[in-house]
Design a protein around this ligand. Structure first.
Ligand SMILES: Cc1cc2nc3c(=O)[nH]c(=O)nc-3n(C[C@H](O)[C@H](O)[C@H](O)COP(=O)(O)O)c2cc1C
Ligand code: SF4
Length: 425
């Protein structure tokens, strides 16, 4: 394996967590010092924009562009919220980051808050990530004691307070507006947009929501510069490194920090040790459970946002789940859809009623009782749900279904013709 630059995982040692002493020794809080002592908030925002950093929470929106919509100079309450909900099946990169090196997120929150001129921040953490929450609470206490957090940080006059909030534990809480409702203590239905959180967010005040990995990159960009960060990627349109999590039918699962644009094939063979037992690669979810499947045709594809969009999928969270040739793709899709149907918040009809109907159809086909009409109904449900639901949960749920219909139609038809799952013998 080649040695690729390590930013986010540079202090990662199995079974250990780097706290303040180790973090400072490795250059920690230098980004904050540079930002507060040598740069204006606008210069920090411009540097992040020029770096090409794109959101690591799934949608891949430009962080600098998102920040440019924020009313930094408006007086009064404003909030920065970090999304650490991470309940997408197969995705565990933020957990790995927070287990290894929580001060990176704390420093990232302070630098980002300075850039946006925000006095209060929240880190919203998945209910099951108690160890990460406790790591963050310790890091916040250490940073406060060291003068990196609180009032008049490093004598700059800038003040910032930071809180950890444990999620109530549902997938929908990761959707940024549902998250804001949850943070306010309300039922976490998504909110309608517009108004966007930058105008009316937490407690109706301007708010920016960014993912853990996104924010953790910010101090590195400030220390190393926009150009340096951008050139870490293997592809021209990509920028930086990415945490790639591997799971499924591989010899080795694990999370690795690698340049954006590494190929899917290199991830599978070099870092995953190849498909388990020397079996054939059949398909994968390239970036979490809500991304459309890729097949062996795509092993040479660079893992960056634009390229994966162009081949009909998405980079999403960058956490890859591999399926070998023993996998029935109908059963795999049913398994994923059961999760989404269970996690639907019930607010809008296409998702609340459509996802259980998709379950019913896939179960029937998998049992060998499906007809060609059921496949037609599955197509119809996809058309009715995708793009017609209130938030992106149902759209994401249709990623595997749409790609099942596009890439594995022969397998669906085989179930109907044989009257059984062909892979069950
Ligand atoms: C159902 C659903 C769940 C989501 N879960 C997460 C999550 O766990 N973490 C996350 O950062 N973004 C999640 N997102 C995306 C957020 O809505 C939002 O786009 C993201 O936090 C923005 O941060 P970024 O720009 O840094 O990526 C989810 C979106 C949906 C629709
Ligand atoms: S798409 Fe699903 S999760 Fe989103 S608002 Fe509608 S019912 Fe709720």
């Amino acid at each position: 394996m080649k040695n690729h630059p390590q930013l986010l995982f540079k202090n990662r040692i199995a079974g250990q967590t780097a706290f303040l002493k180790e973090y400072e020794k490795s250059g920690g809080y230098q980004g904050l010092k540079k930002a507060l002592q040598q740069m204006s908030p606008e210069q920090v925002r411009e540097t992040v924009k020029a770096s090409g950093l794109r959101g690591r929470g799934g949608a891949g929106f430009s962080t600098g562009l998102k920040w440019s919509f924020f009313p930094c100079d408006a007086p009064g309450e404003k909030y920065l919220v970090c999304n650490g909900d991470e309940m997408e099946p197969g995705t565990y990169k933020d957990r790995e980051l927070l287990k290894a090196d929580p001060h990176q997120l704390v420093e990232g929150m302070i630098v980002s808050a300075y850039a946006l001129q925000v006095p209060v921040g929240y880190i919203f953490i998945r209910y099951a990530y108690e160890e990460c929450s406790q790591n963050l609470e310790r890091a916040i206490a250490e940073a406060t004691e060291a003068g990196y957090l609180g009032k008049d940080i490093l004598g700059s006059g800038f003040c910032f307070e930071l809180h950890v909030h444990r999620s109530a534990g549902r997938y929908i809480l990761g959707e940024e507006t549902a998250l804001l409702n949850g943070l306010e203590g309300r039922r976490p239905n998504p909110r309608s947009k517009p108004p966007f959180p930058a105008q009316k967010g937490l407690f109706d005040k301007p708010t920016t929501v960014n993912n853990v990995e996104t924010i953790a990159n910010v101090p590195h960009i400030i220390t190393g510069g926009a150009e340096w960060f951008s050139q870490l990627a293997f592809t021209e349109k990509g920028a930086g490194t990415k945490l790639f999590g591997l799971s499924g039918h591989l010899e080795k699962t694990g999370c690795h920090e690698l340049p954006v644009g590494i190929t899917l094939g290199d991830l599978v063979s070099e870092y995953g040790g190849g498909v388990r037992g020397g079996r054939k690669f059949k398909a994968c979810l390239p970036g979490g459970a809500s991304t459309p499947y890729l097949t062996s045709e795509h092993l040479t594809v660079p893992m960056d946002f634009d390229t994966l969009d162009a081949v009909g999928s998405r980079l999403g969270t960058g956490c890859v789940t591999v399926f070998d040739d023993t996998t029935c793709m109908v059963a795999a899709t049913l398994n994923l859809n059961r999760f989404f149907a269970r996690e639907s918040c019930g607010w809008c009809t296409p998702c609340r009623d459509g996802l259980p109907l998709v379950n019913w159809l896939l179960e029937k086909i998998e049992r060998g009782e499906g007809t060609m009409d059921d496949i037609a109904m599955l197509k119809d449900q996809h058309r009715n749900i995708a793009g017609r639901s209130f938030c992106a949960l149902a759209e994401g749920a249709m990623g595997p279904v749409e790609s099942l219909l596009r890439l594995f139609m022969d397998e669906l038809v085989d179930h109907v013709k044989k009257g059984r799952c062909p892979l069950k013998g």
